[in-house]
Write a protein that binds this ligand. Structure first.
Ligand code: NAD
Length: 367
């Protein structure tokens, strides 16, 4: 298959981790006889320096002409004095809007080799595999009216959803649940908010089209507690923008490091893939960045934009293999930083584990 991938590496550790993710995509493509092409474009602080804007038109054109966009991270302290609409982060918000994805997928998977990195007990995190589907373009973050009247001391934000916006993201979540453990938990605050009552009624209606998936509803406050008490009980968790932002970050502690978390945003013109972490200026250029979040993001490119499930699972297994073998970047080394591997070494280790797994499966096929 052919896949055009735009690489928007961005700032700080963005280029360092994206390089490793791109290598993994190339390896997966080569092994399967696929033709992946890459086009690099500027975003964030590097784009401000080169072109005077955090999202140049050329980048938008390259992104829209692609099948998938892989983004590293944006953010550079040297632009902190600029107004919010001119800073590197404005480029990220803009590209999300341009691409138009409304379903933000954030997996939260416990890795047995890293169970000691989570503050939760290993018996609580064991086997956890949750996929958050967060609505990304509606709700409190976008609803009008919004204002802050400094004279009267009043500020307003509006939580607003239309039925159509809920239906489209619910369908994405039900489809995904149907391919996994067939359980969908929809999170709202229907005991207090009319928007949540519409959310619950709409999700219940959409569920009729997916009889193979079990639907349950949870109130967001008790969900925050259940996530830490019994995270294994959840498969796909569907929720609106603000609740999804909070709950998916909360569940990040299950994996033990921000550097391990991937994400994908689908449903728009072009899917956007990015590790959850930022540009980490404190470690940029030191070789300490953990590339596994970006590499697991590459696995999501394979799964959601290329439809290559086997290859995606092989990348995830290669990451697991390297961690099982005891290799750690500094952020997950639990104090043993002297024994930690660098960003490039970790990338190479995953690359080798993937190549070995591919060799093994090819020789099995040959037998
Ligand atoms: P951050 O995610 O960059 O870093 C938070 C902490 O986690 C830092 O100590 C960092 O060293 C560590 N960390 C992050 N990713 C890591 C990795 N892959 N490996 C090892 N350690 C890692 O968040 P921040 O410090 O709040 O923000 C820094 C800059 O990034 C800011 O300019 C912010 O606006 C931007 N930001 C961008 C994105 C994005 O591009 N999606 C997301 C969050 C923050």
């Amino acid at each position: 298959m052919q896949l055009k991938i735009a690489i928007l590496a961005g700032d700080g550790i963005g280029p360092e981790v994206t390089r490793e993710a791109r290598n993994i995509l190339s390896a997966a493509a080569e092994a399967g006889g696929h033709n992946f092409t890459f086009a690099e474009a500027l975003i964030g602080g590097v784009a401000i320096t080169a072109k005077g804007t955090p999202l140049p038109q050329e980048t938008i054109d390259i992104a829209l002409d692609s099948d998938a966009v892989l983004l590293g991270a944006v953010g550079d302290n040297k632009f902190n004095a600029l107004s919010p609409d001119k800073r590197p982060e404005a480029g990220l918000l803009q590209i999300r809007q341009v691409l138009g994805g409304f379903a933000n997928l954030r997996p939260s998977v416990a890795c047995p080799a890293l169970s000691d990195n989570s503050p939760l007990r290993p018996e609580v995190t064991k086997g956890v595999d949750i996929l958050f589907v967060r609505e990304l373009l509606g709700g409190l973050y976008f609803g009008q009216p919004r204002s802050w009247n400094k004279q009267t001391g009043e500020a307003i934000n509006t939580m607003r959803y239309t039925k159509a916006e809920i239906v489209r993201v619910a369908r994405v979540a039900f489809e995904l649940a149907g391919k996994r453990r067939k359980k969908l938990t929809s999170v709202d605050k229907a005991n207090v908010l009319e928007v949540s009552q519409l959310w619950r009624a709409t999700v219940t209606e959409v569920a009729k089209d997916y009889p193979g998936v079990t639907l349950e509803h949870q109130l967001v406050d008790s969900m925050a507690m259940h996530l830490m008490n019994v995270p294994r009980n959840f498969d796909v968790v569907l929720t609106e923008n603000l609740f999804g932002d909070i709950l998916s970050d909360e569940s990040g502690i299950i994996t033990g490091s921000l550097g391990m978390l991937p994400s994908a945003t689908i449903g728009g013109k072009v899917n956007l893939f990015e590790p959850v972490h930022g540009s980490a200026p404190d470690i940029a250029g030191t070789g300490k960045a953990n590339p596994l979040g970006a590499i697991l993001t590459a696995a999501m490119v394979l799964r959601y934009s290329a439809g290559l499930e086997q290859e995606a699972a092989a990348v995830e297994a290669a990451v697991q293999h390297v961690l099982d073998a005891g290799y750690r970047t500094a952020d997950i080394a639990r104090g043993n930083t002297a024994g930690a591997v660098t960003t490039a070494q970790m990338g190479k280790l995953v690359h080798s584990a993937l190549a070995e797994a591919i060799d093994r499966s090819q020789s099995l096929h040959a037998v």
